[in-house]
Design a protein around this ligand. Structure first.
Ligand code: HEM
Length: 494
């Protein structure tokens, strides 16, 4: 079911660079960026603490006119935030006309955001980034309403349901990587191929599109997802045709109409796909989703599931290609399983893949950000935050702290194994799936999906770098995207 070709991807990559991160294409950017990092910007306070309180004001600056610190954010990713943490501490201000925000860095600040003890931080911080396209998705709901929806949705992620999905995942993976992926070709780009694969998986497992479903329809729906997902990165953030934001809203309208029809069809029917399961799911008190709830949840779930899994599987493939001894160790475990049908118990035996997955998403976390907004005047680690303050948490940075992970840039999966267990040094030192009430509901599904992909890949191909010493560079505008599409050579094993 090809939906995005390599050419599409390359055209899109050029467009992304022009429309979302124009500075990535400028030569000498490294130097310019370093100058931005070391420049001494005039400092000001975000808000004065109430008189008599012992809270501190959050200090920071505006950065460049209009752009603020966007260049360093997109170009430097976690390393920019690490620089901020080291030079300004865990709570500082990045003021800008586009999105003035307080930055919360380090494991203690992330703990305060995720555990959210006094319910001071709402998910509305995500709204400026993705709100219009993913409105009323689970991640954008708050407090009691969120719990109500989460309890119903949880029913779709219990182990018996996951067992059913895993079977379908394997069917799609086995077919696509053997038929559609190009072997022995250093021009084969793994990242767009993984995105296409995870979208096909979601299409079958979530929406029940069996192989043989009207291809034109599947392609149209998949494209609408891609457009909706990308719209959050738009530079012109208002609905003006033909720009990205406007296209995202149109695509969202299309998806709403599409799912409204599907929900009508699936109500009262049997089926093991996620959409049909959501039509039946009820919490312990018998509460069920309305039709429009299901439409909103499906649109968000498709987005949450496919990009994150594609990113994880791509990063793992890169590190396995760069570390042949780990590749062989994982393949030995896969060889012990053989080519028989996969189930959850079989996937659980692939323990080296678990270590590699953790280490890969430590180094390149698919979701680097946690956006929040204060619902009342509050404090964060002793700093005063007034009501309505946008807070950017950046848990992806914690994964590079040498105090938690010695030699943090080294690929070393054993750090997750006994006796080292480096990720346990701080409760919030390793949070690729978030934490607290909004912790990823699809975590186990995502892990099973990625392990299925990697098992089938390792049984069929040896993964090689396109050239010795190759290292990918990432665009950190949204989810980390390998700027060259990640060329990986697939050498057939038999
Ligand atoms: C490797 C893959 C994945 C990663 C790294 C990941 C990461 C995350 C993170 C960090 C959050 C928390 C965001 C926040 O606190 O604001 C989250 C939430 C969520 N994820 Fe995932 N995710 C992955 C796969 C999936 C999959 C496969 C699904 C669906 C099947 C999914 C569905 C969701 C949903 C619905 C939420 C919102 C949960 C809530 O607000 O209660 N994710 N994910």
């Amino acid at each position: 079911m090809p939906t995005i070709s390599t050419t599409d991807y390359l055209v899109d990559k050029v467009k992304r660079q022009i429309t979302t991160s124009p500075f990535l294409t400028l030569p000498g950017m490294g130097q310019f960026e370093r100058r931005l990092l070391t420049h001494e910007w005039p400092q000001h306070a975000w808000a004065d603490p109430p008189s008599g309180s012992d809270l501190k004001p959050v200090m920071g600056d505006n950065g460049l006119p209009i752009l603020g610190h966007m260049i360093e954010m997109f170009r430097g990713g976690p390393d920019f935030w690490l620089h901020l943490y080291r030079t300004r501490g865990p709570v500082s201000l990045l003021d800008s006309p586009i999105l003035p925000s307080i930055v919360a860095l380090g494991p203690d600040a992330i703990q305060a955001l995720y555990s959210n003890r006094n319910k001071d931080f709402s998910q509305q911080g995500w709204v400026p980034a993705i709100g219009p396209f993913f409105k009323r998705g689970l991640m954008l709901l708050d407090f009691d309403e969120h719990m109500y929806h989460r309890r119903i949705m949880q029913e779709a992620f219990v182990r018996t349901r996951l067992a059913g999905y895993t079977e379908h995942v394997d069917t799609v993976v086995s077919k696509v990587i053997s038929k559609d992926w190009v072997a022995n070709d250093a021009r084969f780009l793994l990242y767009p191929a993984m995105k296409e694969l995870t979208l096909d998986i979601a299409s079958m497992v979530f929406m029940g599109h069996e192989p043989g479903t009207d291809r034109e329809l599947v392609t149209k729906v998949n494209r609408a997802f891609i457009i909706t997902t990308r719209a959050g990165n738009a530079i012109i953030r208002t609905s003006v045709p033909p720009f990205t934001w406007w296209r995202g809203l149109k695509a969202r309208e299309y998806l709403e109409r599409y799912f409204e029809e599907r929900v009508k069809e699936r109500r009262g029917k049997d089926g093991s796909d996620l959409l049909t399961v959501l039509c039946q799911s009820a919490d312990e008190d018998g509460n069920k989703f309305s039709d429009s709830d299901i439409v909103n949840h499906m649109i968000f779930l498709m987005m949450a599931a496919h990009d994150t899994s594609a990113s994880t599987a791509t990063t793992m493939s890169y590190y396995l290609a760069a570390n042949p001894e780990w590749q062989q160790r994982c393949r030995d475990e896969s060889d012990r399983l053989g080519d028989g049908p996969l189930d959850i118990e079989a996937l659980e035996k692939l323990e080296s893949l678990d270590l590699v997955m953790n280490e890969s998403i430590r180094l390149v976390s698919p979701v680097q950000w946690a956006m929040r907004q204060t619902v009342r005047d509050t404090e964060l680690l002793g700093y005063f935050l007034p009501k309505g303050t946008n807070v950017i948490g950046y848990p992806g940075m914690n994964h590079r702290l040498a105090e938690i992970y010695p030699d943090p840039y080294k690929f070393d999966p054993e750090r997750f194994a006994e006796p080292r267990n480096e990720h346990k040094k701080h409760r919030y030192g390793f949070t690729p799936f978030g934490g607290g009430a909004h912790k990823c509901i699809g975590m186990v599904f995502g892990q099973l999906e990625v392990k299925t992909i990697m098992h089938r890949l390792l049984r069929r191909y040896r993964l090689e770098l396109p050239r010795p010493g190759y290292e990918p560079r990432y665009d950190y505008g949204g989810m980390p995207v390998p700027m060259d599409g990640m060329p990986i050579v697939l050498r057939p094993l038999r």
